[in-house]
Write a protein that binds this ligand. Structure first.
Ligand code: ADP
Ligand code: ASP
Ligand code: MG
Length: 472
C-alpha cells in the first residue's frame, strides 16, 4: 500500500461509544466505511461521562474524599467489562481486554491514592488520571472492530502527539508529531489494519502524559489528519451535524448542510460544543475536508465545512451559539487615561495567571477596560490585578476592579452583518420585544458575527427568540 492512497480520519465522541448499542453502531460504521477508504484511522473519546467522573475522583481525592474514586473505579469496571462481553466474541481476546481494563483501573487507583496522600491534584497528575478514559475505550473499541474480522490495533496517542508541558491544555509540537505519527501509524496501515487511536491525550518529549483540553478528541483527529495528509475528517457525534443552535436549547434547531470554516470556528469558540474550536484551523490550513455526522443517524448527510468564499446566506442570520459561566471584570480609574500600555499590562497580568480572556469589550474611553473571564477564575483575576497594579491603586490612578454577576455571551452568525444595514437593528428589536437587556456588544473579528453579553438567566430565552430570525 502506498501512503498516497486516500485517507480518512473518523472520530467517535463519548456518546457514540458510551453504551453497547452505540459502540455496536460505531463498529458498523467503521466496517461499512473501510471498504471505500484504504487508509482509515479511527479516533475515539472516552465513554460518555467517564472524563467527568475521572476528574471528580482526582479533585475530591485531593480534598481527602475517596468516595467518588471508589464509585468511579466500580463504574469503569462495570461499563468496560460489559462492553467487552457484548462486543468481543473471541474468548481469549475478550479476556485480554478484561486484563487490560483491570490494569488501567489499577493505575487509576494508584494515582488517586497518591493524590490523596499528597493532598494535591496538580495539572500534571490530573492529566495522568483524565487520560485514562480514552486509554480504556480504545482497547475495547479496537477489540470490538476485530471481532468483525477486520484487523484493528489500538494506539495510545502518547506515542503520537508530542506536546508542550502545559498540562490540561497542551499544544502539539507538529514537527515531532508528524514524524511520530508516520513512524507508528503508516506501518499499521500498510499491514491492512485500522489504527484505533485515543483522542484527547498526548505526551511531552520526556513522556509525561498530557491532555489537549476538554472536548479535545476532535483536535486529536485534526492533528492526525494533518500528520498523515488525510483527505477527510469525519466527526461522528450524537446530533445531525452542526445545527442552527444547540438542539438541547432550541428544539426547532436544524442542520446546517454547509458552513464555512470561519463561521463554524466562531460558533465553536462561542460555545457550540459540537466541534472543538482548535480542531478547525489545522484542517483548513491543509485543505482537508471536514464533516460532522450523527452516529445514530448515519444516512443523514450532516454538515460539510466549506471554504469561506463558498459561504452562503449573506445578510441572513445563520446560527446562534452561546458561551456560559463568565463574569465581567472592569478596571476603572480616571488616572488610566493617556497612560501608555495600560491595557497591555492588564491582559499580561491576567495571562500570567494562565487565565484566558474570551472577550474584550471595546470602550471609547481610556478610563475603563472591561473583559470577560471564566466565572470560576474571577477571584484570581482580581487578586492578580490588585497585586500588579499596587502602585496605581495607591496613587489613585486606578480606583477599582469591579466584577459582575454571572453572564454569558451569545454570538449571532450572520455573514455580511457589517455591510448590510438593518440586521443588527432586527436583532436588537427582537431582543427588546422579549424584554432582554443587553449588557454589552462586540462585533466578531471577521465580518460574520455579532456578540452580545447578557445576564446568565437571559441567555436561553435570547437564543430561542433570535432563532426565529433564521430563515426556514
Ligand atoms: P461528542 O461527545 O460526540 O464529542 P459533544 O457533547 O462534545 O459530543 O458535542 C455534541 C453536542 O454539542 C450535541 O449533543 C449538542 O447538544 C451540542 N451542541 C451545541 N451547540 C450545537 C450546535 N450548534 N449544533 C450541534 N450540536 C450542538
Ligand atoms: N473525553 C474528553 C472530554 O470529555 C475528550 C473528548 O471527549 O473530546 O473532554
Ligand atoms: Mg466533543
Amino acid at each position: 500500500m502506498d501512503t498516497h492512497q486516500k485517507a480518512l480520519v473518523m472520530k467517535f465522541g463519548g456518546t457514540s461509544v458510551g453504551t453497547i448499542p452505540a459502540m455496536q453502531q460505531a463498529v458498523k460504521i467503521v466496517c461499512d466505511t473501510c471498504r471505500d477508504w484504504p487508509r482509515l484511522i479511527v479516533v475515539t473519546s472516552a465513554l460518555s461521562g467517564v472524563t467527568d467522573a475521572l476528574t471528580k475522583s482526582a479533585v475530591r481525592a485531593a480534598r481527602g474524599d475517596l468516595a467518588p474514586y471508589f464509585e468511579t473505579a466500580q463504574m469503569l469496571s462495570t461499563r468496560h467489562h460489559e462492553l467487552a462481553n457484548a462486543l468481543v466474541a473471541d474468548l481469549a481476546r475478550r479476556s485480554q481486554v478484561h486484563q487490560e481494563v483491570d490494569h488501567l483501573i489499577s493505575d487509576f487507583s494508584n494515582l488517586c491514592q497518591a493524590i490523596h496522600v499528597l493532598g494535591e491534584a496538580s495539572p500534571r497528575a490530573l492529566d495522568a488520571v483524565t487520560g485514562l478514559g480514552e486509554r480504556l475505550s480504545v482497547r475495547v473499541l479496537a477489540a470490538a472492530i476485530e471481532s468483525t474480522s477486520k484487523h484493528a490495533q489500538f494506539v495510545d496517542s502518547t506515542q503520537l502527539i508530542q506536546t508542550d508541558d502545559h498540562f490540561t491544555n497542551a499544544a502539539p509540537d507538529m514537527t515531532a508529531t508528524i514524524k511520530r505519527c508516520r513512524e507508528v501509524l503508516n506501518p499499521i496501515l500498510q499491514s491492512g489494519s485500522i489504527p484505533v487511536v485515543t483522542g484527547f491525550i498526548g505526551a511531552t518529549s520526556s513522556g509525561a502524559p498530557t491532555t489537549l483540553g476538554r472536548g479535545g478528541s476532535d483536535y486529536s483527529a485534526s492533528i492526525l489528519a494533518v500528520a498523515l495528509e488525510a483527505d477527510e475528517v469525519w466527526i461522528w457525534t450524537d446530533v445531525d451535524g452542526v445545527m442552527t443552535a444547540d438542539p438541547r436549547i432550541v428544539k426547532e434547531a436544524r442542520t446546517i448542510p454547509e458552513i464555512s470554516f470561519r463561521e463554524v470556528a466562531e460558533m465553536a469558540y462561542f460555545g457550540a460544543k459540537v466541534l472543538h474550536p482548535k480542531s478547525i484551523h489545522p484542517v483548513i490550513e491543509s485543505g482537508i475536508q471536514l464533516r460532522v455526522c450523527n452516529t445514530f443517524n448515519p444516512d443523514h448527510p450532516g454538515t460539510r465545512l466549506v471554504a469561506d468564499r463558498d459561504s452562503n446566506g449573506i445578510g441572513k442570520v445563520k446560527a446562534i451559539a452561546a458561551i456560559r459561566g463568565l463574569q465581567l471584570v472592569t478596571v476603572a480609574g480616571t488616572g488610566m487615561m493617556g497612560v501608555p500600555g495600560i491595557a497591555g499590562r492588564i491582559f499580561s497580568a491576567v495571562a500570567s495567571a494562565g487565565i484566558s480572556v474570551p472577550l474584550i469589550i471595546q470602550s471609547t474611553s481610556e478610563q475603563r477596560v472591561c473583559f470577560a473571564v471564566p466565572g470560576d477564575r474571577v477571584e484570581e483575576v482580581t487578586y492578580v490585578l490588585q497585586t500588579n497594579f499596587r502602585d496605581e491603586f495607591q496613587r489613585g490612578d486606578i480606583d477599582q476592579v469591579m466584577t459582575s454577576e454571572d453572564v454569558g455571551v451569545m454570538t449571532v452568525i450572520c455573514p455580511g452583518i457589517h455591510a448590510i444595514p438593518g440586521i443588527a437593528g432586527q436583532i436588537f428589536t427582537t431582543l427588546g420585544e422579549s424584554s432582554i437587556n443587553i449588557l454589552g456588544i462586540t462585533f466578531g473579528t471577521s465580518e460574520i458575527s455579532i456578540n452580545l453579553i447578557l445576564n446568565a438567566q437571559d441567555l436561553d430565552p435570547a437564543v430561542r427568540s433570535l432563532h426565529k430570525l433564521i430563515p426556514g
